[in-house]
Write a protein that binds this ligand. Sequence first.
Ligand code: PLP
Length: 411
Amino acid sequence: FGLLRRQDPELAQVLLDELARVRGGLQLIASENFASPAVLAALGSTLTNKYAEGYPGRRYYGGCEVVDRAERLATDRARRLFGAEHANVQPHSGATANLAAYAALLQPGDTMLAMALQHGGHLTHGSKVNFSGRWFDVVSYGVRRDSELLDHDEVRDLALRHRPKLIVCGATSYPRLLDFAVFRGIADEVGAWLLADVAHTAGLMAGGAVPSAVPYADVVTFTTHKTLRGPRGGAVLCTAELAARIDRAVFPFVQGGPLMHAVAAKAVAFGEALRPDFGDYARRVTANARALCDALAAEGMRPVAGGTDTHLALIDLRDLGVSGAEAERRCAAAGITLNRNAIPYDPEPPAVASGIRVGTPCVTTQGMGPQELKEVGMLVAQAVRDPGAAPAVRERVAGLLSIHPPYLSEY
Ligand code: PLP
């Protein structure tokens, strides 16, 4: 870092400011985490220089024998971690992992069934503003209005009516567990492939805190930077039968050269997740989410779907008369970073939204436990209800951070 500071002080200052931002507030964005210094070291390595189109042992460039070892470590560890027959660790992101999975299983114009964005699905699950909505005939399912839980009967009815070639399960802002066995049954009934997009819960799955999708889905896609606490990126798991199709879809169909520094960092993260203490981490993440959700509920902030089984909670703010966007601003002023989020059947447009989403991967990595999360819940509630409380909340946030600082050492 000293070298970067001498050569490019302007950019170095950006890194320092971002570190200060992270260390100066509570990070409750459910899709973020703090990768370990070992993961960051791999990301900042000379592997960034290497072109390695293809796969280990069959590259289109010379000099790949060393980076081949990084990719083999990553794929072997991913397979072991998730008990999968095949792993592809090259996708640059969760979105490209999904693009590759669709490319392997579908032709443009084919029908797929996935969760609606407004009900917790991801953009790549068929939103009109995304390639998935443009290139496929998308049928969407959602949650029930009364329980705000996924409606398996609706999924089955839609599957029987539309006969999709692919059923996608997995979500971005759904706080409850998915029943992968039920999805498998529906997929079998209509002869569809089943794709589980576990971008959010991959780390919880790896740590055994939530049930795994791998025994049920034909293909599992995920991101490596959320609960899994690795570098920003994506990966695909699949059956041996689909291995060659998935590999061809990732390269050369969707991507060119893999980011070998990111592949190496994924290997490091998978190695960390294979250690027994990662299971403890995953269970603490979910216990902390429950504590946070309960604390918010006790403050009159209603959890969508009645609570959480995962790392995140979705909070309906309509009774408080505060929009999601305004709550996001008020929390930011109080040193708490979170995001506005649409709730199911939201009357507001997404840019305003009636809810907020909170998650515990970051604060758990910092070492906080249910007791601290109870306090965090009270602080969020105070900040959302009363903009004047920001200075007092900020002070208590600083107190929590002084005991549980993220990234102890300077760059
Ligand atoms: N799938 C789901 C369910 C997600 O939540 C996300 C990201 O939030 C993605 C895919 C896309 O990941 P990325 O942002 O790495 O493209």
